[in-house]
Write a protein that binds this ligand. Structure first.
Ligand SMILES: Nc1ncnc2c1ncn2[C@@H]1O[C@H](COP(=O)(O)OP(=O)(O)OP(=O)(O)O)[C@@H](O)[C@H]1O
Ligand SMILES: [Mg+2]
Length: 353
């Protein structure tokens, strides 16, 4: 073996298809959730017979496949799009009835939204949607700031199924009785995956994301164990990618246990750091990034207007992104040059960045 065989050439990568590790990537099959998918489908089934469907509250901790499962079911339902409107919205991104009304109008292709109030938008939506049936997924429903949309859906839409997704199992108990009694929610709880299920899911992603045989068995096993311990597949995907990145940065052809350990230590940093016990300046920088997402260091400096050099700001942004509090992403500037842009978020928001 030559001296340099272990080193990657600059045209080579350990990743075959890194997109497969994106949190938003929709896998072809959502394994180990077959029963959940059947149950969700059974709630929608009456719609195909022009009857009213069931409403479902889907709950469970983060990263256990709630969103991916619902999206998979609606993908299959799209065959019946002639009879059913299918709408997916995330209430973390759009957290008021007004924002959601605009979003729903946009999904339905309704453009005459200007100067219309929420109730007026709802009226338009009603006229469109009541011509067919409706499946609406309200993901992260606990982030909703008001319940006007829910009242509208239960009272004005005739044939529908509402799939409400949340981490909080008892979310509905807080609702007004008037709303609760109209919603009539069935419950579907998602338990964390077992160790073997976790392994199987990550194995599948690894197979498509990485070049064959680059992952040492022991490194992979360590990441599976960690993912199982934290009960969140999203963390597993993050760890696989980070371990791959570390090995690749060193231009190595193998991802070893050392890289897996570094990936895990990143995670520890991420979990340990707490915004509350940070320096004032760091907190300000986080606020700055929060209010001005997707900007590079120079743009942020222009907005910040404080006595700080570009270099120091860059270093602080770098530190904060290493500990996972803000997210860093490569982008192309208006001048066509490579740059890094920053955004506030946790691991969960990595793909929404
Ligand atoms: N059974 C599975 N097969 C393949 N990938 C999965 C499976 N379950 C979860 N994942 C992946 O793990 C990540 C997290 O899953 P998902 O987004 O569905 O979590 P969630 O339960 O909705 O979490 P949260 O409550 O934080 O929104 C996604 O990238 C998803 O593709
Ligand atoms: Mg989700």
């Amino acid at each position: 073996m030559g001296l340099f065989d272990e080193v990657l050439k600059d045209t080579e990568s350990l990743f075959l298809n890194e997109v497969m590790l994106d949190f938003s990537y929709q896998p072809k099959l959502v394994r180990h959730r077959e029963e959940h998918q059947k149950y969700i489908a059974s709630c929608l089934l009456p719609l195909l017979q022009k009857r009213n469907g069931k409403n479902l509250l889907i709950s469970g901790p983060p990263g256990v496949g709630k969103t991916v499962c619902c999206k998979h079911v609606i993908e299959e339902l799209k065959e019946y799009e002639d009879e059913i409107f299918i709408i997916y919205v995330n209430c973390w991104k759009k957290d008021t009835s007004y924002k959601l009304a605009l979003e729903i109008c946009s999904i339905l292709g309704y453009k005459w939204i200007h100067n219309k109030r929420t109730d007026e938008l709802f009226n338009e939506i009603k006229d469109i949607v009541n011509k067919k049936s409706l499946v609406i997924i309200l993901d992260e429903v606990d982030k909703l700031q008001d319940f006007q949309l829910l009242y509208f859906l239960v009272e004005e839409i005739y044939r529908k199924s509402m799939l409400l997704i949340t981490n909080e199992k008892d979310w509905a108990s807080e609702l007004e009785d008037r709303l609760k009694s109209r919603l009539i929610l069935d419950n579907l709880d998602f338990e964390p995956y077992t160790l073997e299920q976790t392994r199987d899911i990550l194995e599948e992603r690894k197979k498509y994301a990485f070049v064959k045989n680059v992952f040492d068995e022991s490194a992979f096993n360590l990441l599976v164990d960690k993912t199982y311990e934290l009960k969140d597949i999203r963390i597993g995907l993050f760890l696989l990618r980070e371990a791959g990145n570390f090995a690749e940065r060193k231009a190595l052809r193998k991802i070893t246990i050392e890289h897996a350990q570094i990936a895990i230590s990143q995670l520890k940093d991420y979990q340990k750091r707490n915004i509350l016990n940070m320096e004032e300046e760091e907190k300000e920088i986080i606020e700055l990034v929060k209010k001005n997402p997707d900007k590079n260091a120079q743009d942020l400096l222009n907005i910040y207007r404080k006595e700080i050099s570009l270099r120091t700001l860059q270093r602080k942004l770098e530190d904060l992104s290493k500990s996972g509090i803000i997210l860093k992403k490569e982008a192309i500037s208006a001048q066509g040059a490579k740059t890094f842009i920053f955004s506030y978020g946790t691991i969960k928001r990595l793909d929404e960045f």
